[in-house]
Design a protein around this ligand. Sequence first.
Ligand code: SAM
Length: 262
Amino acid sequence: MGDFKHKHSLGQNFLKDKKVLLNIIDSVDVNEDDLIIEVGPGQGALTKYLKLFKANLRCFEVDERVKPYLEKFEDDKTKVIFNDFMKVDIEEEIKDIDFNKLYVIANLPYYITTPIIEKMINNPIDVEAMVLMVQNEVADRLSANVNSKDYAAITVFLNYYYNVEKLFFVPRAAFDPVPNVDSAVIKLSRKDNKYECNNEKVFFKLVRDAFAMKRKNLRNNLKSYDLNTIESVLLNYKLSLQDRAEKVPVQCFVDIANEISK
Ligand code: SAM
């Protein structure tokens, strides 16, 4: 990669393992009339393979030093936007593209993994699927099952919208420079049947509050709520206020939110 000075602060670990790149591409079906968003194309290792879909492609990169590496990818359907993805107005950037489904495929800068995922979830345009390289431990948290130590508020939020799968482990040696953590690729696929939640604001606040103190039980974390109502819903799931949030399935959180927002 020549004299390029990788910026650790920007999470610049470039993928160099062709097999991993091919596995990422194979994990998703994208058509020519779809749109792919790539966050952090870097020197274009993944971009090169994303081009094979012949879909519309928008790449957002914060570091202008990689411009010479990315220019060759640009054409009618592919544009590289040099800006901080967290500051970008996605709707504005894609408003002129006539596309069918939206995909996000990226080897993420790890220091903003959760903010990027949250930004895509909160975006009013539905994302069909996201295939993301993340830190291995984060992959475990995002794809955790209820009743496991990795099950967290972000797991509940993601599962509300998506089926979350950890696709495969990626050893640190697949990157240049070699980072000091291993990685994994996860796939988030939009759920066809969404939960019937009457008040999403209440639901999201409830989940955040329930996990506020990881070691505390529901009674302590949800002190400010109507505990009798919450307990009666928990009973339907054979749970109690003594339990911790990591035991509560998404549907139960939705049921509680529906009850307390009546
Ligand atoms: N896609 C390339 C690859 O797989 O080799 C590079 C991936 S590297 C892990 C993450 C990339 O995200 C870097 O190129 C970095 O400059 C870029 N990046 C970091 N913060 C960013 C931000 N806020 N907005 C857009 N890109 C960012």
